[in-house]
Design a binder for this molecule. Structure first.
Ligand SMILES: [Zn+2]
Length: 501
């Protein structure tokens, strides 16, 4: 397996130090809702983790939460609430987004404000060794005390200086020096330290937390390309100077950035689409597919058309796994082994997900052809489903085709029967979801019966927004799931329409 290492600028054979891969990925600063740039980064490292585990590696994945920062303090002060309250709110929002996108949880999520003792220990160690110095209640890293600053970003000191618009603090020895500890300012939260009250700088947090939870040497350090300089460059000099162990991380993996038009999608440019906004329009699978359809190191350009195309791609895979196999599992069977091998080959080459998706499409096409030729394809479907779900994290809910026949009388009753055919029902659509959808479909039939067309249409269009379509024939209403709505969204809809469960 080969991975591209930013440190060497080359693809290298992936050889972790031990039987457990130690992976650290820079986490969020929770001061606003996450946008598609965050979605890309965390989907990429989710798929990398899933693939490593699929290949039999044990992975210990740590992702920090920078829950104290200038941006958090500024926004909290504007809103007149404590910084901790703001950070807590947007940390919750972050986890909601990650869960919605089927991004597996890291093993540990250390929070900066809960790791102050370790951060102080590392800063003190750097001072003791001459790599850092206190000045007027703050502490700075002395950049000219190390000889290899810039080795990750492959930049010269001059270009780094011009790139980071260094403002010369009066107390700094050199404009390149950066803060490890920031002396308290009025209106800011602070913690006691040997240098007075203050708070940690962003870079030192990641060094301290990765050291504490993963030890001196990481196998993989990940993050977006925008973090290479100065953040990761600074993490390297802090960690290597403190421990004396080089390299701090064996493999540095960086994902490309999401572009909106000409610009990088970021909070600072104001050009962004939040994950929550995207999820109102597109399924979680489509968002994952959109991210994975381009290589993780390339920039990814957002457009409505690209997302619609992704939705179409998901649908093609979904239809293939949902096809009803009329052979009943007997007879000649379609062998999917060679497809699995090709899929692995693509993923072994620096996680080439666009190529891996191409293999899945080939397999999907083969399944459709097999259906027409009367060849048994259940196993091939299982391979397609397992690679999509286990490695790429796509849920691909099998499409369900349900007949809801409603008998109109004094009391309305609903029978649900499954129609055998091309599409088979998905056991993955939970009963609590099905029963609510049926309740809504039933209410709609009542409305039509009472000639309340407006309300009937409202129910249908609201359900369609949640990914559930209702189609009427002369005698019945067919329910099709494009995606599985949450119980909460259905409850809200029922509340809105004043329908009791
Ligand atoms: Zn970091």
């Amino acid at each position: 397996m080969k991975v591209y290492n930013t440190l060497s600028g080359q693809k290298e054979e992936f050889l972790p130090q031990g039987d457990e891969v130690k992976m650290y990925v820079c986490g969020v600063t929770p001061y606003a809702d996450c946008h598609l740039g965050h979605a890309m980064s965390y989907i990429v490292f989710d798929v990398i983790t899933r693939y490593l585990r699929f290949r039999g590696y044990k992975v210990k994945y740590v992702q920090n939460i920078t829950d104290i920062d200038d941006k958090i303090i500024d926004r909290a002060n504007k809103l007149g609430i404590p910084a901790s309250e703001l950070a807590g709110k947007f940390t919750d929002s972050y986890f909601d987004d990650m869960d919605a996108l089927n991004i597996g949880r890291a093993d540990i999520y250390p929070r900066a404000t809960e790791e102050i003792p370790k951060i102080i220990e590392v800063i003190q160690g750097l001072i003791d060794k001459g790599y850092a110095y206190p000045a007027q209640g703050s502490v700075y890293f002395r950049v000219n005390s190390v000889s290899d600053y810039g080795k990750l970003s492959h930049r010269s000191l001059e270009s780094m200086m011009s790139a980071c618009s260094v403002e010369m603090g009066r107390e700094k020895e050199d404009p390149m020096d950066f803060a490890l500890w920031k002396a308290v300012k009025p209106g800011e939260p602070s913690w006691a330290s040997p240098w007075g009250n203050g708070r940690p700088g962003w870079h030192i947090e990641c060094s301290a937390m990765s050291l504490k939870y993963l030890g001196n040497t990481l196998d993989i350090h990940g993050g977006g390309q925008d973090l290479i300089f100065p953040h990761h460059e600074n993490e390297i000099v802090q960690s290597e100077s403190f421990t004396g162990a080089k390299p701090f991380a064996k493999y540095w993996l960086h994902n490309g950035l999401v572009q909106l038009g000409e610009d990088k999608m970021s909070k600072s440019t104001g050009k962004l689409i939040t994950i929550k906004e995207a999820l109102e329009k597109y399924s979680p699978d489509a968002i994952r597919f959109f991210v994975l359809s381009s290589h993780y190191r390339s920039p990814l350009t957002y457009s409505e058309e690209a997302l619609k195309a992704a939705e179409g791609g998901v649908e093609r895979l979904q239809l293939s796994v949902s096809r009803y196999d009329p052979s009943g599992g007997g007879g000649q069977a379609l062998n999917a082994e060679s497809y699995e091998e090709r899929f692995k080959k693509a993923m072994n080459d620096d996680f080439n997900t666009p190529q891996a998706l191409g293999v899945l499409f080939d397999l999907a096409r083969k399944i459709n052809e097999a259906g027409d030729a009367g060849i048994n394809y259940s196993n091939a479907q299982n391979t397609l489903l397992s690679l999509s779900r286990k490695v790429l994290g796509l849920k691909l809910p099998r499409r369900i085709h349900v007949e809801v026949s409603v008998k109109i009388g004094v009391k309305t009753t609903v029978d649900v029967t499954v129609i055998p055919g091309k599409l088979i029902p998905d056991k993955l659509i939970p009963d609590n979801i099905k029963s609510r959808v049926i309740r809504l479909a039933e209410e709609r039939v009542n409305c039509r019966e009472a000639k309340n067309w407006q309300r009937a249409d409202e129910i249908r269009s609201k359900l369609a927004e949640l990914g559930v379509t209702l189609e009427d024939t002369k005698t019945r209403t067919d329910v099709t799931y494009k995606r599985v709505p949450s119980e909460e969204s259905l409850e809200n809809l029922m509340k809105e329409l004043r329908i009791d469960s």
